[in-house]
Design a protein around this ligand. Structure first.
Ligand code: ZN
Length: 302
């Protein structure tokens, strides 16, 4: 496997928040963090947050509803503690989610929001025990849910998925349009890791299934990962080389596949015929790395 330095432009992977060591951090520490007047609380309503002038709006701990789910997010470089307060009620119209606010927030703020979004989604779906069906309750500063009947502790999960940019011998990139996307939107190929698969096995299988592209293990180059909490994925990013030139869409998941030279990509994006993945996506970073320079925001989906 090639050992180039990993991608550094993965926006959702640049958190500046230091997480606690949850092996040693106690309920007493959690109470102390909550009672520290410097602590900042982020209210999250159905995955959305309040922003003002391009910054997250925080509240005081004592303004927050103690009956909501509270989650410790960690501390910044100045030892300021941050916590999320998770509310499933509908957010006001002017609140924003990670897909929107992720385009302009600071690395620290994105770190807080990406974690809040991921753990909001997890709490929402895990109120009942997957082992016995009884109700679960929140423990460990919001990082576990414990079953009151069978006593099993449940931890936040992420679903592993691969995402890859395919490049051929002429250094063209293969992009695809999914059947449920707008016809002018093209992206890289992706798929969930199935039970019993390695990430590379998934990649080889998905490319064969979706685009008829044949890839061998030695053609696979790992490029980095970032969480994609919509609702709970961890995207493992790759670039792969293939000798396949007659790629063909499966017609089931993918409606179109196309090889692009850099000049073709530029020309079609500039004329508005083609849209590429959003700034916060790992797909954008993979295409950008191949393209060789930053993709203008006007080429990207909002
Ligand atoms: Zn149980």
């Amino acid at each position: 496997m090639n050992s180039d330095p990993l991608l550094t432009s993965l926006i959702l992977a640049r958190s500046e928040i230091r997480r606690r060591n949850r092996e040693t951090w106690t309920d007493l520490d959690w109470e102390a963090a909550k009672s520290d007047p410097r602590t900042k609380a982020l209210l999250v309503k159905s995955g959305k947050v309040s922003v003002s002038e391009g910054r997250l709006e925080f509240g005081q701990v004592d303004q927050m509803d103690p009956n909501l789910v509270w989650v410790d997010l960690g501390i910044d470089d100045n030892s300021i503690a941050y916590l999320a307060v998770l509310d499933e009620s509908v957010a006001p119209d002017n609140w924003e989610d990670l897909r929107k606010a992720g385009n302009y927030l600071s690395d620290l703020e994105i770190g807080l929001l990406v974690t809040s979004t991921a753990i909001f989604n997890w709490h929402k779906k895990n109120k009942f025990c997957g082992n016995c069906g009884s109700e679960t309750s929140v423990e460990t500063a919001g990082w576990t849910r414990k079953c009151g009947t069978c006593q099993i502790s449940h931890h936040p999960r992420t679903d592993a998925a691969i995402i890859c940019l395919v490049v051929d011998d002429q250094d063209r990139a293969l992009l695809g349009c999914r059947v449920d996307w707008a016809q002018d939107f093209y992206s890289t190929f992706a798929g969930f890791v199935e039970a019993g698969e390695s990430a590379e096995m998934t990649l080889i299988r998905e490319l064969r299934e979706e685009a008829g592209v044949v890839v061998k293990h030695e053609d696979v180059k790992y490029r980095g990962s970032q969480v994609w909490p919509f609702p709970a994925s961890l995207m493992l990013g790759y670039q792969v080389r293939t000798k396949t030139t007659d790629a063909v869409a499966d017609g089931y998941e993918i409606s179109q596949v196309r090889w692009f030279t850099r000049a073709e990509l530029k020309s079609e994006c500039e004329s508005g015929l083609l849209k590429l993945p959003s700034k916060i996506s790992i797909a954008r970073a993979l295409i950008e790395e191949w393209y060789g320079e930053e993709l203008p925001s006007s080429w990207l989906r909002p």
